[in-house]
Write a protein that binds this ligand. Structure first.
Ligand code: DAH
Length: 339
């Protein structure tokens, strides 16, 4: 009797079935009224009294094992069969989740695209720069406050090496290797030693523009910027230039555009002025041309620089600068349609 139990138990370990019908046949063979295990229970009557306890326990264990094994077989066959029946061979193979471009990249591409239609070519320079390209060649006096530790990240062991604090450094990089006519647009990342908040960050992005040729005038600058503003913010956009100061331009100006949210009527976005500031610009200071090997008696030029985050905020009303570098997918997904 014990041998028989052992033998059926061994069979249970090997149990397998191809189809649900096979599994049902196994159930009938082992567990139905006339099956092998109930048969054992019949035979149990003739087991000597002193062995009844041991044999009884073993038979019960065997029955439970058989039920478990056969049910498990049936379950796995059932899920396999329904899965097979539901396969849709016309479906795309994977649920591919497409990414989206970063809003800064979207706006940068748009800016570069507008200026490339006006004949500007792309120029780039290093983010780790030297003092000459960032400051000295751009006509910053030795004691100019922008060089202060407050603004600039210095490399500790090399005080002359810094993280560029504006893309104006690329102007110098272009002029030192190319004579006019020069017409370049220079996008890139810049760094400033600022505490991170909703309104300031220690890195952000700018686009610099530079045009140097014979007889370049302030009128040319104004016309190009008007065209840019209207391409970027719509054909009804107006611009206004306010006098300002930058070491590398003379005269210098800051440009506002009519608030595109209220159309210039005044709203909380433009602080009820009807205007929002978008960039700095001016005629390249002759001292800058000379410092970079260009004859200022023959050539003149204009330059401008804008923050990409600023333009993106105006276009999409992003309230917090930190959103741009946190890479929260809920934020990035908002720009899928703009790609
Ligand atoms: N470099 C300036 C800044 O970071 C922006 C700027 C202003 C660039 C006037 C220019 C310019 O080329 O002409 O604030």
């Amino acid at each position: 009797m014990l041998d028989k139990i052992q033998q059926i138990k061994a069979e249970m370990e090997q149990l397998h079935a191809q189809t649900l019908e096979d599994a049902e046949a196994l159930r009938i063979k082992y567990l139905s009224k006339k099956g092998l295990i109930p048969q054992l229970m019949e035979d149990f009557r003739s087991v000597p009294a002193e062995m009844k306890k041991e044999v009884g326990i073993k038979i019960n264990e065997l029955k439970t094992l058989a039920q478990e094994r056969i049910n498990a077989l049936k379950e796995s066959l059932a899920t396999q069969e329904t899965a097979g029946a539901n396969i849709d061979l016309t479906r795309t193979p994977y649920p591919i989740s497409l990414g989206s471009r970063h809003p800064i990249t979207i706006v940068k591409n748009e800016i570069v695209d507008i200026f490339s239609r006006l004949g500007f070519t792309l120029a780039e320079g290093p983010e780790v720069e030297d003092d000459w390209h960032v400051y000295s060649s751009m006509n910053f006096a030795d004691d100019h406050p922008a060089r202060d530790m407050q603004d600039t990240f210095f490399v500790e062991s090399h005080p002359d090496i810094i993280l560029r604090s504006h893309t104006s450094s690329v102007q110098a990089r272009v002029m030192e290797r190319q004579q006019p006519p020069i017409r370049v647009i220079c996008p890139g990342r810049v760094y400033r030693n600022e505490a991170i908040s909703a309104r300031a960050h220690c890195f952000f992005h700018q686009v610099e523009g530079l045009y140097v040729d014979k007889n370049v005038s302030f009128t040319d600058l104004k016309q190009v910027l008007l065209l840019f503003a209207q391409e970027m913010f719509g054909p009804d956009t107006k611009i206004r230039l306010r006098p300002s100061y930058f070491p590398f331009t003379e005269p210098s100006a800051e440009m506002d555009i009519s608030c595109h949210l209220c159309g210039g009527k005044g709203c909380s976005f433009c602080k009820h002025t009807g205007w929002v500031e978008i960039l700095g610009c001016g005629m390249v200071d002759p001292a800058v041309l000379e410092a970079n090997g260009i004859d200022s008696k023959v050539y003149s030029g204009y330059a401008f620089g804008m923050g990409i985050e600023r333009i993106t905020n105006l276009k999409y009303q992003v309230k917090d600068l930190r959103m741009f570098s946190e890479n929260d997918l809920r934020f990035l997904d908002e720009f899928k349609a703009a790609n």
